[in-house]
Design a protein around this ligand. Structure first.
Ligand SMILES: [Zn+2]
Length: 138
């Protein structure tokens, strides 16, 4: 926990560049240096070919809603009571990987599968920025 008052990600050796990219408002994903596959979440080895060689590339920040849930019952209540209802979603980026995230700036009832979305960066405190997504305007 931080002053933010909610559980936060704990960057490790594999994911630290991803979280630093978020701080800089860049959505970074790994691209295998051997086979070229992109991957998320960050990992030491390519799940396709096993190579450790990789580059970090800036994703477009655009994608589509793959699936989602609407949280209406806050657990734990003392932390999330002020947030409900909120959306937890899997967004499939244009690059082909899926990220767990929140959909914001959208009534949960208006969500649709395959809805086009774009990343927005939520600077929650001095050390953490969370990538969230909002619908693209029509
Ligand atoms: Zn590979």
């Amino acid at each position: 926990m931080t002053a933010y008052g909610k559980p936060v990600p704990a960057p490790d050796a594999d994911s630290a560049p991803y979280w630093q990219g978020c701080r800089e408002h860049r959505l970074l994903i790994q691209k295998c240096g051997a086979c070229g596959a992109v991957r998320f979440p960050p990992a030491s080895l390519c799940p396709d070919c096993g190579s450790a060689a990789h580059d970090w590339i800036a994703a477009s920040g655009r994608g589509r809603v793959y699936s989602w849930i609407v949280v209406t019952y806050p657990v734990p209540k003392d932390i999330y009571a002020g947030d409900v209802p909120y959306v937890v979603a899997l967004v499939e980026l244009d690059e082909g990987v899926r990220l767990p995230t929140n959909i914001v700036e959208c009534d949960p009832h208006d969500l649709m599968a395959d809805m086009p979305v774009e990343v927005v960066f939520d600077d929650v405190d001095d050390t953490l920025t969370l990538p969230k997504f909002r619908p693209l305007p029509d």
